[in-house]
Design a protein around this ligand. Sequence first.
Ligand code: NAP
Length: 361
Amino acid sequence: MKVLAILYDGGKAAREEPRLLGTTENRLGIEQWLKDQGHELIVSSDKEGPNSVFQKEIETADITTPFHPGYLTRDLIAKAKNLKLCVTAGVGSDHIDLNAANEKKITVAEVSGSNVVSVAEHVVMSILLLVRNFVPAHEMIERGDWQVSQIARQAFDLEGKVVGTIGAGRIGYRVLERLKPFDCKELLYFDYAAVPQHAADRIGIRRVEKLEDMLAQCDVVTVNCPLHEGTRDLINAESIKHMKKGAWLVNTARGAICNAEAVKAAVESGHLSGYAGDVWNVQPAPKDHPWRTMKNPLGGGNGMVPHYSGTTLDAQYRYATGTKQILANFFEGKEQDIANVIVTNGDYATKAYGQRVAAKV
Ligand code: NAP
């Protein structure tokens, strides 16, 4: 079978560090394994435009792991005559038109849970670096300056603050779990379904049924829901109005969940004290993307980094191993782990809420 992997170029770093598995150089560590079984692996980072490797090779690929991401649109799916399986080497399959995949009975799977700890740790770090005004403090030191009051005027403790997550699945739940020892005033969540009572009680979290109500109570909001029609632009000029003046916002879910211009305006006006995350509405982010340089009126409040929270070396090992397992199941005709399946046999897979949360309690 022909497997088409769209990965990013790791360059010198990937040549020096073989554990950078998610790169075109190190090929998820599956090249020899596939060859040994008589399969063909095509790897590229070239994914834009009709002449790109991705758009040409997809026409005859049986399997693809388009997680650079290569956007698998309805048009491309229509052209992909042999495509049976799309594997997201990680978590989040919003780069695939799932309705179009269903119409062609293509299975979409991801390595659920593979990088949820990595992302949750990054969220906790981002919350702390915003609340404690860390980035401008470090920049001051690099500049050779020393003006403590400049930094301290916008540095706070996390203790006593209200933190809420939009989405309390694998990542959102883990974020709240990790925040428990910080003695926040309250840990809140907004999600379609309630976290099972024993899991909620264990870490002392409270569900808020309306998003606006949660936004209005939070000092810190963290976004941990998937990108879909219902969450695109969920945080926009209107919803930001419900947030407390001076609140902080962290988004490691998907860039397009937060409106780029609305966030910039809110940070620059000081309505939001800061914004941090690693996901962008266009990736790689253009050099002039407003989130690269936006600052609050006191010169801080920006904790943006490239998309790497879920791609630590530990996570890369887990998602490469998970991708290999999904491929092995497919080749051997074995059933996939239900937790990894997004769509199959022409329908959305049922991912029971309890099953997801049960994994972490
Ligand atoms: P998950 O376990 O599926 O949890 C997501 C939760 O959000 C689910 O409970 C889901 O409910 C809920 N949800 C969906 N729409 C919502 C809405 N409009 N409002 C509130 N909650 C909503 O997924 P996860 O593993 O925690 O991952 C969450 C997202 O993080 C992924 O989809 C991906 O986009 C992102 N992510 C980013 C990175 C990175 O490197 N930055 C890495 C991994 C994942 P239902 O299941 O009922 O829809």
